[in-house]
Design a protein around this ligand. Structure first.
Ligand SMILES: [Zn+2]
Ligand SMILES: [Zn+2]
Length: 784
């Protein structure tokens, strides 16, 4: 029967077919629609299809319009990109039903990211009257494990590591009830039917009360390996120096700061300053580690973050973490379960094997982790969100590219901080943080990650983008793939393209790519680059003046080598007497200078990262680093916020302009010799670099007419430099693009490679000219 309305005319029932695209599958969208339609008395149905969610609704026009409005306020985890509506003839049906997925819809459905415990679930865990009281695996359609437990698609329980846990009748009833918030929550479970927690290990005093037992180990300064969402953490009492320094020693980790988990926002505020933007990040469903400014006298042991003014803090993101933090009653160091730079352990047997020498006990459970995923790291810099590592909580949600490539693309990423990326249509799926591919175990997870993601997306890439560096394991992987078209992408072009894709911008822009080192189109080591670029092509318009990198890769680990090279170049061999950095190195100094002058294993580089290293060593901050970027991080941290001074850096008037670094180095050395305090020099150095970036961009704007600047590369993780560049550039009328979703470091390279390959394929498609394939592929790697 048609829906009868009292008045005729305008109030006759209407029927609409509505399609919703975006992240709308596996996030409780269909039950959301069911509820919204039911409360409005609408009839019809909702289901998944290839493009997202599709529904038909019938009823009074104002009720249908109101439902359309409601779709703009979707469930927490959903992201609506587009809503399209089409009028149909009313058919008078009754009731509203949720339909199963079409075969195609199920096949194309997106696997959602893992999501922190929602407020409803957190309440249940703490409610003694709830049947899930203290159950460490509570979840619902708004929260819980997803990507880390998915084995294959379509995404349903049978294809996750929850398959072995048979739902009890009570859980099944919730799972089947569209009005319940656990409707089709694939990992739904309870104490009767879900995974179980246990505590193992030599010091485990209470095997029947695992959390209490773990807390006892932590209180006695022991270390507990805790199985989380994407792998094992190592936990230690953050306020006990003995515990934290033991953890450092056993993990072979010298200086790199440990992250801390605080029980809640209040506890986080006791450790650090937390701005509104930072608390939003801390509480966001992704629950990343947020880099915060540490309060003086924050109650954490010195060894947590030696010498650092900041602290990486995260809040509990699984019920297990919540229960553990509640029971412990203070902040815990929660660092990746590994030794040194290996990937984190995520398989139980491997964790026991690798972590037994570190952990006194294991707080573990029998829900398998399918995919290793590290914690994400984010900070707020200059008022903007700045991702440092995009992994748990964000992956595998796709980014939307400006164009659609005709075929799926795999981009292989960089060598350090590796991620890879697979495209499908306009969607770019950037992988979880993989790490340093030189490590064998990391390389294995890289290869497994690529084939797993391709399976989940049901694509076989026909085009493979890679870095120009032939020694990158990721490049070598690309070269070994059969029957694919290869697209070589210059490293810094990829950085800027990554920033463009991150901002949905197609260019052209003035790209400022400052990082450690990437292979340039001329075969030299670039790293302080100004490119006039869009997604298709680039030209190198300016760069930092080159100096030798004595010892090649050794220079990255020993900043004093860069001080030697920079001083030698700046003073043309006549380095002034009295510099402490020279004295500290003894006879090694002259040996390295000799090799440098003879050009022995001393490739030239325009690297900005190595310039930070040189200045850090020159002012006596650090001669040797124990992790990548350490000298630059410390130089940023010590910089005196009250200092206003700067140094001059002239820009040469060449077709490809050089920024004169020698002048800067001489000014720094003069300050050091006159006894200027390192924090003052550090501040002036940052100001000088930002000033040089402004001057160069202004010069390039005059030449090119471009007034949009994209800042990318690992150096732009430096909040002080970023903030200074932003204010200088915006004051002069530039529009400045910075990274918001993927990191400016090499973790963003795969997205840039994918965006460039997509642009090349699209351009070729538009040209539809024969014989374009070979030339188009090289466009990206040519310097014009
Ligand atoms: Zn929940
Ligand atoms: Zn159950």
């Amino acid at each position: 029967m048609p829906v009868k309305i009292a008045e005729p005319g305008d109030h006759d029932p209407v029927r609409s077919r509505i399609s919703v695209s975006g992240l709308v599958q596996g996030v409780g969208f269909r039950p959301f629609v069911w509820r919204e339609a039911t409360v409005r008395g609408l009839s019809g149905w909702v289901g998944n299809d290839a493009g997202g969610v599709i529904l038909e609704v019938e009823g009074p026009p104002e009720a249908v319009a109101s439902l359309l409005g409601a779709l703009a306020r979707p469930p927490a985890l959903a992201r609506v990109d587009e809503v399209r509506s089409q009028a149909l003839r009313p058919d008078g049906g009754r009731g509203f039903e949720i339909r199963g997925s079409s075969v195609e819809g199920a096949r194309r459905a997106l696997v959602p990211p893992d999501t922190a415990t929602c407020a409803d679930c957190a309440r249940e865990v703490r409610d003694p009257a709830d049947r899930r009281y203290r159950h460490p695996f509570v979840n619902c359609t708004s929260c819980g494990p997803r990507f880390t437990i998915v084995q294959s698609v379509p995404y349903d329980r049978a294809r996750t590591t929850m398959a072995d846990f048979q739902m009890c009748a009570a859980c099944r009833a919730e799972y089947d009830d569209p009005a319940d918030r656990r409707f089709h929550a694939e990992p739904v479970c309870c104490p009767r039917c879900g995974p179980s927690l246990r505590l193992t290990g030599t010091l485990a005093p209470a095997p029947d009360r695992p959390i209490a037992g773990a807390v006892a180990v932590l209180r006695s300064a022991g270390i507990v390996a805790v199985k989380g969402l994407g792998g094992y953490h190592l936990a230690a009492a953050a306020d006990q120096e003995a515990a934290v320094s033991a953890l450092r020693q056993r993990k072979h980790r010298e200086d790199r700061p440990f992250a801390v988990m605080a029980a809640d926002l209040t506890a986080a505020r006791q450790l650090c300053e937390v701005s509104p933007a930072e608390s939003d990040l801390l509480l966001s469903p992704a629950r990343p580690i947020v880099i915060l400014r540490r309060r003086p006298g924050a109650g954490v042991a010195c060894s947590v973050a030696p010498g650092a003014l900041t602290l990486g803090v995260m809040l509990p993101y699984t019920p297990l973490h919540g229960l553990l933090l509640d029971a412990y009653g203070g902040p815990l160091v929660l660092t990746s379960g590994n030794i040194s730079d290996e990937p984190i352990a995520f398989e139980d047997a491997d964790a026991v094997r690798r972590l037994s020498g570190i952990a006194d006990a294991f707080l573990t459970h029998d829900r398998e982790i399918r995919t290793r995923v590290d914690d994400s790291v984010v900070k707020i810099a200059a008022g903007r969100v700045l991702p440092m590592r995009r992994s748990r909580g964000y992956v595998p949600a796709p980014l939307l590219l400006a164009q659609e490539a005709p075929v799926p693309i795999l981009s292989c990423g960089s060598a350090l901080k590796n991620t890879f990326c697979v495209t499908r249509g306009r969607q770019a799926f950037v992988s979880q943080h993989i790490g340093d591919l030189a490590d064998y175990a990391t390389m294995r997870s890289y290869l497994d990650g690529i084939s797993h993601l391709q399976r989940l997306l049901d694509v076989t890439p026909a085009v493979v983008a890679h870095d120009l560096h032939p020694d990158y394991p990721s490049t070598q992987h690309a070269m070994e793939l059969p029957d694919v078209e290869l697209v070589g992408v210059q490293h810094h072009h990829a950085h800027i393209a990554s920033c463009l894709a991150d901002n949905g911008h197609a260019g052209p822009v003035i790209g400022v790519a400052f990082d450690g080192v990437g292979l340039g189109a001329d075969g030299s080591a670039w790293g302080g680059e100004f490119l006039l670029t869009d997604l298709l092509t680039y030209s190198r318009a300016a760069h930092l003046a080159e100096v030798a990198m004595p010892g090649g890769d050794a220079a990255a680990r020993q900043p004093w080598r860069m001080a030697a090279a920079h001083l030698d170049a700046a003073y043309d061999g006549a380095i002034p007497a009295g510099l402490a950095v020279v004295r500290r190195q003894g006879p090694r100094w002259e040996k390295v200078l000799a090799a440098c002058r003879a050009g022995i294993n001393s490739p030239l580089t325009s690297s900005a990262g190595r310039l930070f290293d040189a200045v850090a060593a020159l002012i006596g901050l650090r001669d040797v680093v124990t992790y990548e970027g350490q000298a630059a991080i410390e130089l940023e941290q010590i910089a005196d916020p009250a200092e206003r001074g700067s140094y001059e850096m002239a820009i040469s008037d060449e077709p490809v302009a050089r920024i004169q670094v020698g002048q800067l180095i001489r000014a720094v050395a003069a300050d050091v010799l006159s006894g200027t305090q390192p924090p003052v020099v550090a501040a002036r150095f940052h100001h000088a670099l930002a000033g040089a970036i402004l001057a160069t961009c202004s010069q390039l704007r005059d030449k090119s007419g471009l007034s949009t600047v994209a800042l990318s590369g690992g150096v732009f993780q430096n909040a002080l430099l970023l903030a200074r560049c932003l204010s200088l550039l915006e004051d002069r009328g530039f529009t400045v693009l910075t990274h918001r979703q993927v990191p400016p470091n090499d973790g963003g390279i795969s997205l840039g490679q994918a965006a460039i390959a997509t642009a090349i394929l699209s351009a070729r498609g538009n040209l539809e000219a024969p014989g374009q394939d070979a030339s188009a592929a090289t466009v990206a790697s040519q310097s014009t």
